[in-house]
Design a protein around this ligand. Structure first.
Ligand code: BT5
Length: 260
């Protein structure tokens, strides 16, 4: 039932207005990690746009082997792509934009992107995105877009979820139909992916949706900690930080704490 809340492959694929993203959906009531299974399917040559969808993940993961909690009621899905090398840096941009656009369209809520891979509502994390690629030389064997969104959960019921998180239910005071949100997300991802393949760019929209720019930030790259003002982002997704001493540092990945 498309208008309902329960997930199935048909609840996503039925009359989905895309050419290839989400035309094949493999649904699991419970799974370790949709990214893990998506990788296996990609290695077996799954068709581009195949979606791995789970109602619940038991070993969902974030970057750097961190844990991503996704109990039932969440959205946890992964999309298999075979992009050109030149488009690789834009995949995180289009995935984050698609999340922002679909949360607005289906739940009516404004959200912002926090560099590099979070989506926030009112400063709280509602979605995390994990892009994993297999690259050999100049060839991308596959890229997996993993998206986790806190949808119909009251996060107060989940002590393990960090206090700076939120869910669509917590923000709205009511549930959101997950199939509608997923369908909208897949349509948006295909639309933005087509922008890339027809020579366009998603960079400007992404940059303008970042909550990070202009803010005082602390960036932990795992190897170093930088503090300064987030001045801009580069077309390949890097963050340019104006340091206290006036110099500029380019950071490619890290955890950002926003200061006021
Ligand atoms: C992320 O990592 O935010 C990427 C999360 C990607 C999850 C999706 S779900 C579908 C696909 N399959 C997977 O196995 N993964 C992807 P990172 O920036 O490293 O953030 C991880 C941190 O977010 C954790 O260390 C916690 O502090 C926090 N966290 C964990 N679960 C959360 C949740 N449900 N909501 C908000 N924050 C959470």
């Amino acid at each position: 039932m498309i208008g309902g809340n329960s997930l199935s492959a048909a609840s996503i694929t039925k009359n989905l207005g895309t050419r290839f993203i989400g035309q094949s959906v493999i649904y699991y009531p419970s799974l370790t990690s949709t990214n893990e299974v998506a990788k296996q399917k990609a290695q077996q040559g799954a068709v581009e746009g195949t979606v791995i969808l789970a109602d619940e993940q038991t070993a969902g993961r974030g970057r750097l082997k961190r844990v991503w909690l996704s109990p039932r009621g969440n959205i946890a899905l992964s999309i298999i792509l075979y992009p050109n090398m030149a488009h690789l840096p834009s995949i995180i941009m289009l995935a984050s934009l698609a999340v922002v656009h679909s949360i607005k369209a289906v739940a009516g809520l404004n959200s912002q992107i926090k560099w590099p891979n979070d989506v926030l509502i009112n400063g709280r994390k509602v979605c995390g995105i994990l892009i994993e690629s297999d690259v050999q030389g100049n060839t991308v064997n596959y890229t997996i877009i993993g998206i986790g969104i806190n949808v119909n959960l009251k996060l107060a019921d989940f002590a393990e979820v960090p206090p700076d998180a939120t869910s669509l239910t917590d923000e709205l005071g009511r549930d959101v139909p997950r199939p509608s949100l997923i369908r909208c997300l897949l349509v948006e991802i295909e639309r933005l992916y087509s922008v890339l393949s027809t020579g366009g760019s998603v960079y400007e929209d992404w940059r303008d949706s970042l909550v990070t720019l202009g803010r005082k930030v602390r960036v932990n790259t795992g190897e170093a900690i930088y503090e300064g003002v987030a001045e801009s982002v580069t077309r390949d997704g890097g963050l340019l930080l104006r340091n206290m001493d006036g110099g500029v540092t380019r950071v490619v990945a890290g955890d950002v704490t926003l200061h006021d």
